[in-house]
Design a protein around this ligand. Structure first.
Ligand code: ADP
Length: 301
């Protein structure tokens, strides 16, 4: 089994469904409210675990009811939560408003996630025994950098999803093996709105870049190689939440199984295509059996 370490966020998503989002100062009556486990770190961990990865989640939840549920959701998907701390105070939350057009606005309160500022005892060993370390930007940058340093020291592949997008220090990028921005994040990081221009600019900092392009698939660029486009299977998308996280989780599992990058990317695109056909974040992610069957239908092993 592929061992994968995730150093990242856990959030409870608090989702209000409204006909029309309120303007400042306005009160509206909504249709429905749901609480669903999320956070980019936890989402990637669940995606990889459901696909057969042996996943350890490093991070923190708060000492509240959400923390208990967030941990339980990870465990139920097969993620090892022994390195997920319970810290004093609140768990991270994302306050999401979704209107009838499907447009959303989101407030993220990092809470417990903000208290993860570095590695704790045992974390370096957990990272060191993994095949890949998955990182995102929902934890303080010091923690992300500490994780990347530990991975580099042990020769572990670091895969960074630069979301939410923000300028990144060069000494952090130098520790990244595979950078996986979506096209908006790639533009924010480089100033180039065309994915190829952005990928080429990013290759000055990292050896491999995958720019995800929604329904258009992904663009893969590596130093000294011709860029490659990866098609997304054509499907009817109902909810693209966590498509990118499913893509990264699947990519890490496939790379860990020794598949070459083009094959791993095709597999990841199949995994993400399955997730967009179902509503939800972690709830929408495919099992390994689902993905194997779907990929076979697409002519992918
Ligand atoms: P994010 O979810 O991070 O914004 P993208 O929107 O680029 O990232 O989606 C990530 C991946 O999910 C894409 O590279 C693609 O493989 C898959 N995907 C997203 N939207 C669709 C869609 N409508 N149909 C098929 N695949 C999709």
């Amino acid at each position: 089994m592929t061992a994968i370490a995730v150093l990242g966020s856990t959030n409870m998503d608090l989702v209000a469904y409204v006909p029309k989002a309120p303007r400042l100062g306005e009160t509206v009556t909504g249709r429905e409210f749901r609480t669903v486990p999320g956070g980019k770190g936890a989402n990637q961990a669940v995606a990889a675990a459901l696909l057969g990865g042996e996943v350890v989640m490093i991070g923190a939840v708060g000492a509240d009811a959400f923390g208990v549920r967030l941990r339980a959701a990870l465990s139920a998907s097969g993620v090892d939560t022994t390195a997920l701390r319970t810290v004093e105070g609140a768990s991270g939350t994302a306050h999401i408003t979704v209107d009838d057009e499907g447009a959303n606005s989101i407030i993220v309160i990092p809470a417990a996630n903000a208290l993860v500022t570095g590695l704790e005892a045992g974390d370096e060993a957990r990272i060191g025994s993994a095949d890949s370390l998955l990182l995102q930007l929902e934890l303080p940058l010091e923690a992300v950098a500490a994780g990347a340093r530990a991975a580099r020291a042990h020769g572990v592949r670091t895969v960074l999803t630069p979301a939410p997008a923000r300028p990144l220090p060069r000494d952090l990028l130098e520790l990244v093996d595979v950078l996986v921005p979506n096209e908006h994040e790639a533009a924010t990081l480089t100033g180039f709105t065309d994915p190829l221009g952005a990928a080429e600019a990013l290759l000055r900092e990292v050896p491999e870049v995958v720019v995800t392009l929604g329904a258009a698939g992904a663009l893969y660029a590596a130093r000294g190689r011709e860029p490659l486009t990866v098609a997304a299977p054509r499907v009817r998308a109902v909810d693209t939440t966590a498509a990118g996280d499913t893509f990264v989780g699947a990519l890490a599992v496939a790379l860990g199984e020794g598949r070459p990058m083009p094959e791993a990317l095709a597999w990841a695109a199949c995994g993400a295509a399955l997730s967009v056909q179902r509503p939800g974040a972690q709830d929408s992610m495919p099992s390994r059996a689902d993905l194997v069957a779907f990929a076979a239908g697409q002519g992918i092993r």
